[in-house]
Design a protein around this ligand. Sequence first.
Ligand SMILES: [Zn+2]
Length: 534
Amino acid sequence: MQADIIFFNGEVVTVDEAFSIKKAVAIKGNRILATCTNEEVAQFQGKHTQLIDLQGRSLLPGFIDAHAHLELFGTNYLDVNCKEVSGIDDIIKKLSNRVPLTSKGEWIRGWGYNQNALGRHLTRWDLDQVSTEHPIIVVRTCGHLSCVNSKALEMAGITHNTPDPSGGKYGRENGELTGVLLESAHMNFFLQAMHSEEQIQTGLKIASEHFLKHGITSVHDAGGYGPSHIRSLQKAVSSKAIQQRVYTLYGSLHESGKMVEKGLASGIVTGLGDEWFKIGPAKVFIDGSSSGPTAKTREPYSSNPDDSGILYLQQDELDQSLIESHRKGWQITAHAIGDQAVEMMLRTIERGLADTPINHHRHRIEHAAMTPSDLLERMGSLKVIPIPNPAFLYEFGDGYVQDYGDRTQIMFPLKDFVENNIPFAIGSDSPITDVNPLLGIYAAVTRHSKSGNVIGNEQGISIQDAIKAYTLSGAYASFEENEKGSIESGKLADFVILNESILTCKPDRLKEVSVDLTMINGEIVFSNQKEGVL
Ligand SMILES: [Zn+2]
């Protein structure tokens, strides 16, 4: 058999059972033909075989981002970046630049603000300085909170007399609305500020291109708003605006319970689709965000003894949404950050399995950010797959020390997962953090925050374990480990070539490593075109 392409002289990190390192890979069509030595690969060389010298660089299975929001990531590029700003005045200035470009009554949207960096939350009075004729929304960096101006509140019919929605709050000061929307108040409100389908398709294409540059060949999409989001994704995958393979979590950022009910009623189950687009687990939201902080914790926050977070769903509602899904053959998952939320999900899974035992359910917990030893044990015995986001430690780690104190030792406890044989798959939760998998791997290994503090020093893992969590374990979390996630004969030719050897790279430099080439289905979909790459 003659190969179409042969890569040789490399550090081929196969992520096979023995984690073996090879020198060469041969590709035929969309499949891997063989992984072997430089000498052995010669037998696959024919007249038309393309030869690529890796010059010692790493070739890895394509990264699988097990939790990212493609639509939010992409549409952010159409909106105003309020993350990289010098202060509130700067936000007002940047938003104001959009006023002459936006017709009256149309939305001006911003994203990424963080009150910890700004000194305080934005208010509607800040945003009214930008415009009182355009509705304006600026979403916080966590995606769970936002601030809107007076025009937006007026258009939504929200006044100081409007009661708080369940699972959320309107910010108030002396009885007046401040414009800040928390959790479900934000999620419900955002429906009014939705992008058009055309903008969404543009956004998805932008997101896909960025993800390709970072070597991501499969994405578990963690959701947008309602069924229209899943339609948009499917459309973008068919038109190749999204070039990755997509496993879509079946949920919604608002009213997630209702969305799951609709999925159940439709008769579909997890696994519907093909190797490009597949329906994943039914997903609901249990609590808030780690950095808000609005996560539901057993003990109050170290930064505020009167606060222990927000619950979107009570235990009986959670059971109702997910146990029926489990019975019907769905994989199930939930957004759970605080230890109380993680425990609620474990309880639901226990009840589901007691009701209807299923062996290879592969139920997941998105984030599972705070996992003390008792929950770790239950997770292990139930064979639940946590989907942690180590890059959060880099992005938000310093705030975690203030909000959670010593509990940072059990936050994203990757070492505990490894030692307890709990298969975990890493997600970036992008756009909440940078999508770059090398940043996620760096954070998983070093536990460094942006300022260089080590967050939970006992929980660092090896580069090898981090790579596995970003490749094979992601495939396992979507029931696709026989098709992808490692470089083995017969598997799909999805992989990434880095600009150096990752296994000999010093941990502190991991986030500097970049991608030279990304291949999906045997086709080169990204190449940095530097001389000598090919
Ligand atoms: Zn998410």
